[in-house]
Write a protein that binds this ligand. Structure first.
Ligand SMILES: CC(=O)N[C@@H](CC(=O)O)C(=O)O
Ligand SMILES: [Zn+2]
Length: 305
């Protein structure tokens, strides 16, 4: 990678009830000083204003699943679901997805009800620019931790709002209830973004970033709640697992607890690292948590020429 990262966007309100991103982006739309950096043009943008207005995840369909080639190439019209129309507009403004005209970097700000801390979401293990950025952020934020979730997976990957950019980065901070602002969550999101923008400024100034490695958690499997034949949930996340995002789950460890107190154990083959444990928005997606596996990725040197 050698071109500068001149065009950067910060998305908030991709989910209208995730309040840190909505609030930060609205703040920066009013006064962008905090996100200005030398040699970078940073645009704060509310992606789903109708969902923000109603303080709901979405109006018709999940915007963060809507950026499929099918949706983006569909003939536009008022009859399309609101979020599909929105995806087409966002793709025009910040994409087109996969084209040289696309924005260089998009940060997409999310909150989770899970105890994930300040998580960076990476979509491609081959994105050396993002790997270098994440390495920089991890170092800057230490001794606090900043796990990287790699969503690259043949079946579980989804078409995000940020995916219209050349370098898409998700920022997922929790725990924070839907529709609620918590100062600690808000401030840690703000701090990660500060380091991210500092990195882009340094890169554009011509600083060379030498080869490095980044520890990531690669999405492995989606786990649903136990359900009856009508699809109703018959067990909850086990208290031993609740809030234990990123901690090892071994075969035989408690996973769910039925309403009469029976423990359901993890029966997988080896150690996994669950995350998005008991995320409120994922009940409708039949997902209690995802398992991940640890991996170390190598990032090549990068320097602007
Ligand atoms: C809780 C939540 O909304 N998480 C995001 C994760 C992401 O942005 O990749 C989503 O499901 O779209
Ligand atoms: Zn979200």
């Amino acid at each position: 990678l050698s071109y500068p990262a001149r065009r950067v966007a910060i998305f908030g309100g991709t989910h209208g009830n995730e309040m840190s991103g909505v609030t930060l982006v609205n703040l920066w739309i009013q006064n962008g000083k905090e996100i200005q950096r030398k040699g970078v043009e940073t645009k704060p943008f509310i992606t789903n204003p109708r969902a923000v207005e109603k303080c709901t995840r979405y109006v018709d369909t999940d915007l963060n699943r809507a950026f499929t080639t099918e949706n983006l190439s569909a003939p536009s019209g008022d009859d399309l679901p609101y979020e599909v129309q929105r995806a087409q507009q966002i793709n025009e403004t910040f994409g087109p997805k996969g084209s040289p005209e696309a924005y260089d970097v998009i940060f997409d700000l999310h909150n989770t009800t899970s105890n994930m801390g300040c998580t960076l979401i990476l979509e491609s293990s081959k994105d050396h620019f993002n790997l270098q950025m994440m390495h920089y952020i991890k170092k800057a934020i230490a001794p606090d931790s900043c796990p990287v979730l790699l969503t690259e997976h043949p079946l579980l990957k989804y078409s995000t709002s940020r995916s219209v950019a050349k370098h898409p980065i998700g920022l997922e901070v929790g725990p924070q209830p839907q529709g609620v602002l918590r100062s600690n969550i808000f401030e840690s999101m703000r701090l990660v973004l500060k380091h991210a923008l500092d990195f882009i400024e340094l890169f554009n100034e011509g600083l060379e970033f030498p080869p490095c490695t980044v520890d990531v958690f690669r999405v492995s499997e989606k786990m649903d709640y136990p359900r009856d034949t009508n699809g109703n949930i018959i067990a909850m996340v086990h208290p031993n697992l609740q809030d234990c995002d990123w901690e090892p789950l071994n075969p035989g460890d408690p996973m769910f607890q039925t309403f009469d107190g029976t423990t359901i154990r993890y029966e997988g083959a080896g150690t996994v690292y669950p995350t998005f444990i008991n995320e409120a928005a994922y009940y409708e997606k039949q997902q209690a948590f995802v398992t991940t596996r640890r991996e170390t990725l190598a990032a090549g040197a990068i320097k602007k020429t």
